[in-house]
Design a protein around this ligand. Structure first.
Ligand SMILES: [Zn+2]
Length: 221
């Protein structure tokens, strides 16, 4: 699924045009979907693409995974998107939302320069994804909600020097930071990530010692 915009700049769409189908939502997820639909993206901000990332985050949560989503944008057009698949339908420790979007990007966007792209994530990128994004050379990486526990962007100075130097050596240098989005969207991104977070983290911690945990069977926590 590729969303297209006819012009070089983002063209905000009506909320009900953002996705063709959502999986069944639990009440807390439904409330956040209602909140997302009620937000009017502010022009000349990152709201439009952050909201798209949040929708993919909500889909991930509805599927029983950590609620994180991402989109990659080239010249005002979403070229790929991703969402967290780390636990369900089966364990894939590598499939964070950014990874999912980057896999699709490298598979489907062979004629697009990474340096001309922006990845928008609903949540601050973890160390694994930050290093991958540096390796791929995505020009800008912007996130909506802070991740105080696992976020690497706010700790960018703690990366090994080789990665920091690689990011700085790009033309132009890669940029990692917060998106210029409305507070209500950042709050939604945070709340979507918090959905079932303790149970999801427990499943992640336990999977190394559990072959038949519920996450192996695709059941919701
Ligand atoms: Zn990650």
């Amino acid at each position: 699924m590729i969303f297209t915009d006819s012009n070089e700049t983002a063209q905000p769409r009506q909320a009900d045009q953002l996705v063709t189908a959502l999986p069944p939502l639990q009440p807390a997820q439904e409330a956040l979907w209602t909140a997302l639909k009620a937000i009017t993206p502010v022009a000349d901000s990152d709201d439009h693409f952050v909201r798209e990332a949040c929708i993919h985050a909500l889909i991930a949560a509805a599927e029983g995974n950590h609620g994180v989503g991402a989109v990659i944008v080239h010249r005002g057009r979403i070229v790929t998107e991703g969402r967290n698949h780390a636990l369900r339908p089966h364990v894939r420790s590598d499939l964070h939302a950014e990874m999912d979007a980057l896999n699709a990007f490298e598979r489907e966007c062979l004629d697009v320069l990474p340096s001309e792209c922006t990845l928008y994530s609903s949540l601050e990128c973890c160390p694994m994804c930050t290093v991958r994004l540096i390796n791929v050379g995505i020009g800008r990486v912007l996130y909506a909600a802070d991740d105080a526990e696992c976020g690497m962007v706010s700790r960018f100075a703690d990366l090994p020097a080789g990665y920091r130097e690689m990011a700085a050596s790009r033309t132009p240098p890669q940029h990692f930071g917060r998106a210029d989005c409305s507070e209500s969207l950042a709050d939604c991104a945070h709340e979507i990530f918090r959905l079932n977070l303790d149970a999801l983290n427990d499943a992640t911690r336990q999977r190394a010692n559990t072959l038949t945990g519920d996450c192996q069977h695709g059941q919701r926590t």
